[in-house]
Design a protein around this ligand. Sequence first.
Ligand SMILES: C[S@@+](CC[C@H](N)C(=O)[O-])C[C@H]1O[C@@H](n2cnc3c(N)ncnc32)[C@H](O)[C@@H]1O
Length: 204
Amino acid sequence: MSNVEAVFAATNNSELTASYDKWATSYEEDLVGHGGPSEAVAELTKYIALDAKILDAGCGTGLVGQLLAEQGYTNLEGLDLSTGMLDQAALKKCYNALHQQALGETLNFADATFDAIIIIGVFVMAHVRSNAFDELLRITKPDGFIVFTLRPEFYENTDFKPTMEALEKEGRWKLENVTEPFHGRFKAHPEVNLQVWIYRKTND
Ligand SMILES: C[S@@+](CC[C@H](N)C(=O)[O-])C[C@H]1O[C@@H](n2cnc3c(N)ncnc32)[C@H](O)[C@@H]1O
């Protein structure tokens, strides 16, 4: 089974962690240049000031942090389930802190810690479910941003669509923008398109 197949076949977080730990040192050979990080960072720069405190959640090897640093963002922290991936992210030297924690569970940060959270390539099959938004909203400052990628058909066919709509109806966040679908640029999956979603947490 390839590394890509293994992460999509995981049935729980320990299998997922083991698969990403194994893939960590060769992940970028497979995925460098994938469309999520560059398109999401380009969107984020339209909304978020350079001194913002940003959490890269599901940071992996740090492709997103590296692009943010190249844009001039300096107040960056990363979070991931896999210590193997975090070890690779540390080599990028763009994060002030790295945290081994699990999205979808209670996060070890105070309320309203971050100006923005960016989550790229993480809301996918067998990874993180839409229940993670509750904790992400809790640790985002009022008027702060949550930026993430989703495949269009994953959004339509899972509980992401009703969950995201319900959060807006409840007044917990407001959609600022969703991009048109763009090519994901995954070597192993050329058929995949992505969209970047940007929500602003409501000032409650
Ligand atoms: C496809 S990679 C994306 C990495 C990076 N954001 C990028 O765009 O290259 C998915 C990452 O999510 C992490 N991940 C999966 N489930 C997670 C969870 N519950 N909490 C935190 N990170 C998780 C994996 O360890 C992996 O590093």
